[in-house]
Structure formats: C-alpha cells, structure tokens
Design a binder for this molecule. Structure first.
Ligand code: BG6
Length: 469
C-alpha cells in the first residue's frame, strides 16, 4: 500500500536497545554465579570466551548513563538464570538478586523501562547435566525460576519476555551452543521437538503465573520471526514457502497465541515419527497462556523453492536455512545485499513480516532485536564511523512507520545491541552496538566505552520520536 501521509510513532513508543546476559555481562563465575551451558561449551575457533564480554556486570552504571544520554525509553536485557540460582534450582544467590536489583534501579533512575528476558540461551550447566529441556522437569525448573523473578523484580519490571528465540534453540541449537541430546537417543528429531514442547509448556505456565502474580505487568514471547519468500510464482514454490514459514515462524506463534500446534509442522512430524508426547493437562496449559504482546527479533528474510527431495542440512545459522528434504530448499535472494557477515539486508521484508504477524495474531508487537553486525574500527581520535549501521537502522525504522501507517500496533523498537558484545558464534569482532567497547577478540585493552556515529544519530531519532531519521 502506498501511503500519502505517514502516521507518527505513538507518544509512548519504547525506543531502546537490547543485550543478553551471557553475551554482555562477563563476570561469568563471579559473586556466586554458577556456570551456564555457554560457560562450559567449546568456544568456536578463533573467538573469545565469555569470561569478560563487555564487562557490563562491573560497568553497568556507566553503560546505563550512556543509554540515558541517548534518550532510551527502554532497555531490554536478560537475567542470567545461574546468577539467581547457581545450580538452576535450589538455593537463591543473594548477590545475583542484588545485581539485578541494582541494574533495574539504575534504569528507573533515568526513567528507562526495564524489559526483562527470562531466558536467553543460557541453561544452567547443572540442569544441562540433568537432561536440559529433554527432561520433563525442565517445565518446573523454568516456572520456579520465573516465580523467583516475579517475586523479586515484579514490583518494578512491567515488561517480561519468556524465552529468547525458542525457534532458534530448536532449529540451530548447535550453532548457538545450546543443544543437548541425551546419550542413547534413537530419534533426534523427536527429541528436539520434545524439548521444544517442554519449552512451549514452560513458557505458557510462566505467562499464566505472571498474570496471576503481577496483574499490571505485560508478558510475551521473543521468537526470531521473518517471512520466507517463494523463489518464483510457480505454485510448488509457494507451497514450499508455506512449509518453510510454518516451520520457522508459525509453529511458535500459533502455539504461543492460540495454544495450538501448526498443522503443517504437525503433519511433517507425524511422517517422521517425531511428534512430541503431551503430558496430561498440556493442551489446557498451552491454551491458557494468553501473551499480552508479541516480542520478536528480525534480521532478514529468506527465500526457498520446491524441495528436490534430497537432504540439504537444515538451518545453518539463525538467518540461513539450506532446506528440509520434502518441504523446501533454501536459495539466495538475488535482489538483496548482505552484511559483512553474509546476512541479507531486507528492510521491506521487515514491514512484510510485521503485517503478516499482525494479520495472523492481532496483538501489539515489540521489536526485541534488529541490527547489523560489522567490523567497526576505532579511529585514533576516538571515533567510530558506522554509516552502514545508521543506514540499516534508518531503513528499518522507516518500515516500522509504514507498518504503523498500515494500522499495525507497534509498542517499541529495541535493536541489537545497546553496546558491543560477544556474538553467538562469531566473536567480539562482529559488533552491533551504538557504544563501542575498546577490546579485541583476545586482547582486553582498556575496555573503555566510545560513542559511535550511530549513537548520536539514534539520540536524535529518539529525541524527535522518529520524525528525524
Ligand atoms: C539473535 C540472538 O539470534 O541474534 C542474539 O538473540 C544474537 O543473542 C543476535 O547475538 C545476533 O546474532 P549473532 O550470531 O551475530 O551474534
């Protein structure tokens, strides 16, 4: 639709940015924190470990002051499960509670709304050893953890996100360092979708608990959603794109919002003898979740065509899928440029994704991630010139405004990331932040913070509520 007049961003639009605990905090085993799966995994070759990251744990005051200087209305961060419960269950670590109390209070001091992700890729290592999400008890572990969060922080945190990118945990677990398959497993696909089912049930119970304990708070999921185009108008390619979309996107959102499994994915799992087992009451639990909004991460779209029937290897990163035999084959998009790290850039697809989500679910939406990873350079006079990031963000924000003009309900925009941090599998050199951190992959240097050009640009965007891009 071509609009003659654009609608403005709502007055209470939550401009901010995101991080996650294991990628930004460092202090990975300090003050009683237990190890998470990220702390014990094998570090991808050539990349830093997660011991220091951006040292946000020690420098959060300086970091939040910089976010306040940019004018942030919101800061999305995650709470490390093992800081609160070092073993995943059992004794609460008072130092962990204290840290997040301080972080939340620091945000509120500047009127920055804390948006808390309860789980961002960091399963406690102790629970990994007990089978992680394969174990049905994982539902109780997560609900117990969420109850502790609501009790301790619910007086100040009004926005909650359950599980970050559950779809990527399911589709690319090995890439992001989260996959645990129990020894002796004979049907890996079934195991993975059983884990996924436990996550669905766990987050549904956490949502219901949030509504019960904190009636004024809002809670939603945070999957990675982006539409998948058919390569051509061949009808077979459209069927393939429907399969791919169901598998990547709608399986998750259908379950979160309607409490139902997507029929296309269910039929595929049936064929593979990989349907998850339901415990008594699960159906009811899924139906009673009722998210207040949909949080979602968007980086780029993808393309597929009819499957030639051979195995292609499935998803290879959060944003790339080579295909699933019988469902679809992944192909490159010839119309799009890519980032330095090979992810396609598709702002228009962002609008398309927002429209599609809204027409399917009719819930307000919060963008919980979006951004561009690049090899930024600090100049001798302490500047970081990142016009490519400004261009990426500007074009995506323009598309949000078009989507708002399309009458899609948008609550806020929290791109990835507030500050440079460690990538899921490509190290420190893949930077996303508005704030530069002076360290290299292995050399920790000064760890000083520098304002990138995009910092000043975003400050202006927020100050004008998106009118001056
Ligand atoms: C999302 C994750 O998949 O994308 C983040 O939620 C991640 O944790 C971000 O860092 C960017 O991906 P990457 O692989 O470049 O770090």
């Amino acid at each position: 639709m071509l609009h003659k007049t654009l609608k403005s961003f709502p007055d209470n639009f939550l401009w901010g940015a995101s991080t996650s605990a294991y990628q930004v905090e460092g202090a990975s085993l300090e003050d009683g924190k237990g190890p998470s799966c990220q702390d014990v995994k094998e570090v991808p070759e050539g990349t830093s470990d997660l011991k220091v990251c951006a040292d946000h744990y020690h420098r959060y005051k300086e970091d939040i002051a910089l976010m306040a200087e940019m004018g942030f209305k919101a800061y999305r961060f995650s709470i490390a499960w093992t800081r609160i419960l070092p073993e995943g269950t059992g004794e609460v670590n008072p130092k962990g509670i204290e840290f997040y109390n301080n972080l939340i209070d620091e945000c509120l001091k500047y009127n920055i709304e804390p948006i808390v992700t309860m789980f961002h890729f960091d399963m406690p290592a102790a629970l990994d050893q007990r089978g992680s999400w394969s174990n049905r008890d994982s539902v109780d572990w997560f609900v117990n953890f969420s109850k502790i969060l609501f009790e301790n922080f619910g007086d100040r945190v009004k926005y909650w996100l359950t599980i970050n990118e559950q779809n990527m945990l399911t589709l690319v677990g090995p890439v992001i360092g989260t996959m645990t398959i129990p020894e002796g497993c004979t049907n890996e696909l079934k195991e993975i979708y059983q884990q996924n089912h436990h996550m669905l049930v766990a987050q549904a119970k956490a949502m219901a608990l949030c509504h019960e304990m904190l009636p004024d708070a809002k809670i939603g999921p945070a999957p990675n959603i982006s539409i998948i185009y058919p390569e051509s108008c061949r009808p077979e390619d459209t069927i393939a794109a429907q399969n791919a979309n169901a598998m990547r996107n709608w399986l998750y959102l259908d379950a979160y919002v309607y409490g139902k499994y997507n029929n296309l994915v269910w039929a595929w799992l049936e064929e593979k003898d990989a349907c998850p087992e339901f415990a008594p009451g699960d159906e009811e639990i899924l139906k009673n979740a009722h998210p207040d909004f949909i949080g979602f991460n968007y980086y780029n779209t993808s393309v597929c065509k009819e499957s030639d029937g051979t195995e292609k290897g499935g998803a290879v990163s959060q944003q790339e899928n080579s295909g699933e035999a019988g469902l679809f084959d992944g192909v490159k998009n010839p119309y799009l440029k890519t980032t330095e790290f090979g992810w396609e850039i598709d702002p228009v697809g962002f609008r398309g994704t927002i429209r599609e989500i809204y027409s399917r679910y009719h819930l307000p939406m919060l963008v919980t991630e979006n951004g561009l990873g690049a090899y930024d350079k600090l100049t001798e006079d302490g500047k970081v010139h990142d016009p490519y990031r400004i261009e990426y963000l500007r074009k995506h924000i323009e598309q949000i405004q078009l989507a708002i003009t399309d009458d899609c309900e948008m609550m806020g925009y929290c791109p990835w990331s507030a500050i440079d941090l460690i990538s899921t599998h490509e190290g420190m050199v893949k930077r996303y932040g508005f704030i530069y951190v002076d360290r290299d992959e292995f050399d920790l240097k000064t760890m000083d913070r520098y304002r990138k050009d995009s910092f000043y640009w975003y400050k202006k965007v927020i100050a004008t509520n998106g009118a001056d891009l």
